[in-house]
Ligand binder design. Structure first.
Ligand code: SF4
Length: 349
């Protein structure tokens, strides 16, 4: 009897990757879904911080949610440690913002190949659709990604298989190519029809931009750090995912929370950064001078004024602000005066 074949799938939790898995499972193949955590997935980052959606409900990881709903075996693969080099030094450059999609996909495929070996799988599947996205899903880019990752012939894309060259699982007859799809382009019409046919009655709406790296504001803040500080660290990169960012005229960076979830996260960073909190209700902040030095008295006053600006309680313009020094955790209280909008805007990144 022929061995039962097994595949690993790149799984985002979106409709396309859900359909891809279903199509392959329906051909009697055992599929293990792999969900890669890069550290820059917007929903997952907010979920981990305990932030709430505008309607008050918690964020959910779509891969966890839909793998549970549709009974997929799921492995979460944390690649955030190794991912830093890809963002700062991508061989194939960036897309419209700082999204290194070709390097990123190649990295995920390399990891998927490693896991394929460990899990005893025979090939890889992906929900990619030919010509759906500008940077990584046209034919030439797909070929480059697969060559870079050393997975040529091993990646089956069930949604576009009929318009792509046959892969090893099709050539060897493990998968019937005729039962796969030939979708091309950005229209979702066939995917929605297929969802009905395959019993996928609930799925994530394609929100566009589930990755911070494709976000224009994130890219602008990233470039600002590079041009002002001439370098960027892994920690700087993660800090770009939270808060309102300001640059004082002295060069010191200040990050102010925008909601309770971010406030709690920022509080957790006070061992490493200068920390500012109003005596009363309102946003909290951390500050980081460019060089390794203490904040000057003048800077403390500037940041206290900035934090006072976001304080929701207190009469009048003057608000007491608690400052905690990094490491020593020594506390002091100074008076801040709500900052004028004009100054605030001139510091905003
Ligand atoms: S959008 Fe690009 S950089 Fe972000 S996870 Fe997807 S492929 Fe990677």
């Amino acid at each position: 009897m022929e061995k039962k074949r097994k595949a690993v799938a790149l799984y985002s939790g979106g409709l396309d990757s859900t359909l891809a898995i279903k199509l392959i499972q329906n051909q009697g193949i055992d599929v293990i879904a792999l969900h890669f955590y890069t550290g820059f997935c917007i929903t997952e980052t907010k979920r981990r911080r305990g932030e709430k959606k505008p309607d008050g409900t918690p964020y959910m990881n779509p891969a966890l949610k839909y793998a549970a709903k549709y009974g997929f075996k799921l492995e979460i693969v944390d690649i955030s440690e190794e991912y830093f080099n890809i963002i700062t030094n991508p061989k194939y450059g960036y897309g419209a913002n700082i999204n290194p999609c070709i390097d990123c996909r190649a990295f995920m495929y390399r990891k998927a190949k490693e896991l394929m070996g460990e899990l005893g799988a025979d090939f890889i599947i992906s929900g990619e659709v030919l010509n759906q996205r500008p940077m990584s899903q046209h034919l030439q880019a797909m070929k480059t990604i697969e060559r870079e990752a050393g997975v040529e012939g091993l990646v089956l894309k069930p949604l576009s298989a009929k318009v792509l060259p046959p892969t090893i699982p099709e050539i060897k007859g493990w998968v019937d190519r005729e039962k796969l799809e030939g979708i091309v382009g950005r229209s979702r019409k066939r995917q929605l029809q297929l969802a009905k046919e395959l019993g996928i009655d609930e799925f994530e709406q394609p929100a566009g931009g589930c990755c911070y790296l494709t976000d224009e504001n994130f890219a602008r803040k990233y470039m600002e750090v590079l041009s002002t500080e001439n370098r960027i660290t892994r920690e700087d990169l993660y800090l770009l995912t939270i808060g309102r960012h300001f640059r004082l005229p002295t060069g010191t960076k200040v990050i102010v929370s925008r909601n309770e979830g971010e406030g709690n996260f920022i509080k957790g960073l006070k061992k490493n950064y200068w920390y500012f909190e109003p005596i009363g209700k309102g946003a909290v902040a951390i500050a980081k001078p460019i060089e390794e030095r203490a904040l000057t008295e003048e800077e403390k006053k500037m940041i206290a004024d900035l934090v006072a600006r976001y304080c929701k309680t207190g009469e009048g313009d003057k608000i007491n602000i608690k400052i905690v020094a990094p490491e020593t955790q020594q506390e002091e209280v100074i008076q801040g005066q709500r900052l004028k909008e004009e100054t605030l805007e001139s510091w905003r990144v």
